[in-house]
Design a protein around this ligand. Structure first.
Ligand code: NCD
Length: 341
C-alpha cells in the first residue's frame, strides 16, 4: 500500500486492527512499511496534545500499564511513564534492582506474576536479547519492547523516524518517508539495539543507511541487512543528509574494543570540522545518553539549527502514546480492533 502524502489519515490504511494486526511491539523487524507509517501518523495527534498546556486524554482510562525495567533507563522509562499517564492509564514502574529478581526469581515467574495482576500492557527493558519475546509468550496482554539486549529497541527507531520526519518537513520536504536520504549511523554498532532497529526502520522508509564503526565494533555480515559498511568516518560522511551518533556501550563489552577514548574520538568523534565535511544542512541525531567529548562534541550536540537531539526526546513521548493507544485498542474494545492477532 502506498498512500500519497495528501490522502487523509483514515483513508490511508486498512480499517481497524488490519492497520496494525499485532498484539505486541517486539521489534521493527516484525513490521511492514505501512504499519510503521501508521504508528508515525497516529503519533501526530499526541505531538499536538503534548504541545498544549493541558496534556491529558482519557483514551486509556481504567487501564493498568506496568513498566518492568531490568536495565537502567532515563528517557525510555520516563517517557513511557509520561505517555501512559497522559493517556489516563494507571502506570506502575517495576525496577529490577529493588524487585524479587534480586532474590533469584526467574524471568518467566516474574512474567507470570505481572500477568496475574492483570496488566493491560507490559513495557519491558531487559539485558538479554529475546527476553521481551519470552515474556510476551507467557502473558495475556500486549508487550512492548523497550530495549532487549543487543537485539531491538523499536520505539526508539519510531521516535527517531518521527523526529526526522518533523525536521525534514520544517525544511520544506513534504515526503512521508526518507527516500533519497543518506543516513549515517556511527558508533558502537555491535552492541547497539538502536542501530539494528533504526537500520530496519530507516530502510523500510526508503533511506540509504551507512553504518560506520571500527572493525571490532561492527557486527560480522551486517551487509546482508542491506547496509553500506564503513570504517572510515570521513568517507561515510560524504553526501550524508543525517548523522546518527551512538555511545560506546562499555557495559556490554567484555574486553578491550578500542585503544582509548581519545583515539576513538580522533577517528570516530563528531566534531564541528567533521560535520562541515558532510554538508551545511546535515542533521545530527543521538538517542542518548551522550558521552560528550567521546562520540560527539558539545558544540555539535548543542547546535540549534542542526542537532535534533532534544526533538528526539520530545517525539519519544508521542510515539509511546501512539504505541500504547494502538496496542490496547483490543482490550478497550475499540470497534474494528477485536480480531487483532
Ligand atoms: C539507548 C538504549 O538504551 O539502547 N538509549 C535509549 O534508549 N535512549 C542507547 C544507549 O544506551 O546508548
Amino acid at each position: 500500500m502506498t498512500p500519497s502524502d495528501t490522502t487523509p489519515h483514515a483513508a490511508r490504511y486498512p480499517a481497524g486492527s488490519l492497520a496494525f494486526p499485532h498484539r505486541d511491539l517486539l521489534g521493527i523487524g516484525h513490521l511492514e512499511r505501512h504499519e510503521i507509517l501508521f504508528l508515525l501518523d497516529e503519533a501526530e495527534q499526541w505531538v499536538d496534545l503534548n504541545r498544549q498546556s493541558a496534556k491529558h486524554s482519557d483514551a486509556l482510562a481504567g487501564l493498568t500499564i506496568i513498566n518492568a525495567f531490568f536495565e537502567n533507563s532515563t528517557r525510555t522509562l520516563l517517557s513511557f511513564e509520561i505517555a501512559g499517564k497522559r493517556l489516563g492509564a494507571d502506570v506502575v514502574n517495576m525496577h529490577a534492582a529493588t524487585s524479587s529478581v534480586k532474590k533469584g526469581e526467574t524471568l518467566i515467574d516474574t512474567a507470570i506474576t505481572l500477568n496475574a495482576m492483570r496488566a493491560d500492557a507490559i513495557v519491558i527493558r531487559h539485558g538479554s536479547s529475546g527476553a521481551t519475546g519470552l515474556i510476551a509468550d507467557k502473558v495475556d496482554c500486549p508487550v512492548l519492547n523497550a530495549g532487549d539486549g543487543q537485539h531491538e529497541h523499536p520505539t526508539q527507531a519510531l521516535l527517531d523516524a518521527l523526529a526526522l520526519r518533523h525536521a525534514l518537513r520544517e525544511r520544506g520536504q513534504q515526503a512521508d518517508d526518507f527516500t533519497g536520504q543518506i543516513i549515517v549511523i556511527c558508533g558502537d554498532i555491535l552492541h547497539s539495539r538502536v542501530a539494528r532497529s533504526n537500520l530496519l526502520c530507516l530502510q523500510a522508509l526508503g533511506a540509504t543507511v551507512r553504518l560506520c564503526a571500527p572493525p571490532a565494533l561492527m557486527p560480522a555480515g551486517i551487509e546482508a541487512m542491506g547496509a553500506e559498511v564503513f570504517h572510515d568516518f570521513d568517507a561515510a560522511l560524504q553526501g550524508a543528509d543525517v548523522i546518527m551518533m551512538l555511545r560506546l556501550q562499555t557495559e556490554r563489552m567484555s574486553g578491550q574494543f578500542i585503544p582509548s577514548a581519545r583515539e576513538y574520538h580522533h577517528l570516530y568523534g563528531l566534531t564541528k570540522t567533521r560535520l562541515a565535511q558532510a554538508s551545511d544542512q546535515t542533521l545530527v541525531m543521538h538517542p542518548g545518553p551522550m558521552n560528550r567529548g567521546v562520540e560527539i562534541d558539545s558544540e555539535v550536540a548543542d547546535m540549534i539549527d542542526r542537532s535534533i537531539i532534544t526533538q528526539q526526546v520530545e517525539m519519544g513521548v508521542a510515539i509511546r502514546m501512539a504505541c500504547l493507544d494502538v496496542l490496547t485498542r483490543r482490550a478497550r474494545q475499540v470497534e474494528g480492533w477485536g480480531d487483532a492477532a
